[in-house]
Design a protein around this ligand. Structure first.
Ligand code: MN
Length: 251
């Protein structure tokens, strides 16, 4: 059993180490992760420059690229043995609702799925996470369940774990993604030379966080497991759009 572990917080992040150490109890683990924090890089690939790697240990490879670069590189040529599964995390902070569109943690898992492997993304829901051991234990259980009972090939699991001791978890729920309000405004300031600088603001507050959503599950002490798919097509809009396009003049 070989597991490729990646993340977007960087190859020295506490969550990554907690995850890798826990998985080593029953699997051969190789880490291929960004050499620095690349949170929020979504599914970007580095195409205009080469990728450099350095070994930080026999099974820890740091890459000067994005999470997607890491998984892509690992599977398509860097690793001697292909993995049986890709696990990404444990992210420092939630990946709930719209967060998944920006998340490098989720993107690493998606890349693993694209390249043919079962994939799980795991996040610890807190701005100052403490209980990585809880998320690591939950992830090990999910990985083992996935081995004995595989899910359909197009399924990516997005897991969010409340930041609390394992014994205090209420359980595990299958959830759908909720929605957030639009993001907080960008923060404007000046650099030491008086030129304006901007920092992207924090994500918006929860908007759709009702029963059945990932937000609802974690707020009530449950591990949230959302099955993600990649096809973004809005199928119900196909026929109306086809009709609407008849109003476009053609050559
Ligand atoms: Mn992150």
């Amino acid at each position: 059993m070989r597991i490729l572990v990646s993340n977007d917080d960087g190859c020295h992040a506490a969550g990554l180490n907690a995850l890798a150490e826990a998985l080593k109890a029953f699997a051969s683990v190789t880490i291929v992760a960004p050499d620095r924090n690349r949170s929020g890089t979504s599914h970007s690939l580095t195409l205009e420059s080469p990728l450099r790697v350095h070994w930080d240990g026999p099974e820890i490879i740091c890459v000067d690229g994005t999470p997607t670069d890491c998984v892509h590189l690992a599977i398509t040529g860097l690793l001697e043995h292909e993995p049986d599964m890709v696990v990404s995390g444990i992210n420092s902070g939630a990946n709930l609702g719209d967060d998944v569109l920006y998340s490098g943690t989720v993107a690493a898992a998606i890349e693993g799925r694209f390249l043919g492997y079962p994939a799980i993304a795991v996040s610890l829901v807190s701005e100052t996470p403490h209980h990585y051991a809880t998320a690591a234990r939950v992830t090990c259980d999910l990985v083992q369940r996935l081995l004995s009972h595989p899910l359909p090939a197009n399924t990516i699991l997005n897991v969010n774990v409340p930041d609390m001791p394992w014994a205090e978890l209420k359980g595990v729920q299958a959830t759908r993604l909720g929605y957030r309000h639009r993001s907080e405004p960008v923060s404007k300031s000046n650099d030491p030379r008086g030129r304006p600088i901007y920092w992207v603001g924090p994500p918006g507050a929860e908007q759709d966080a009702g029963i059945g959503t990932d937000f609802h599950a974690v707020r009530h002490g449950y591990v949230s497991v959302t099955p993600l798919q990649i096809d973004l097509t809005q199928y119900t809009a196909l026929d109306p759009l086809s009709h609407w396009l008849q109003g476009i003049p053609l050559p």
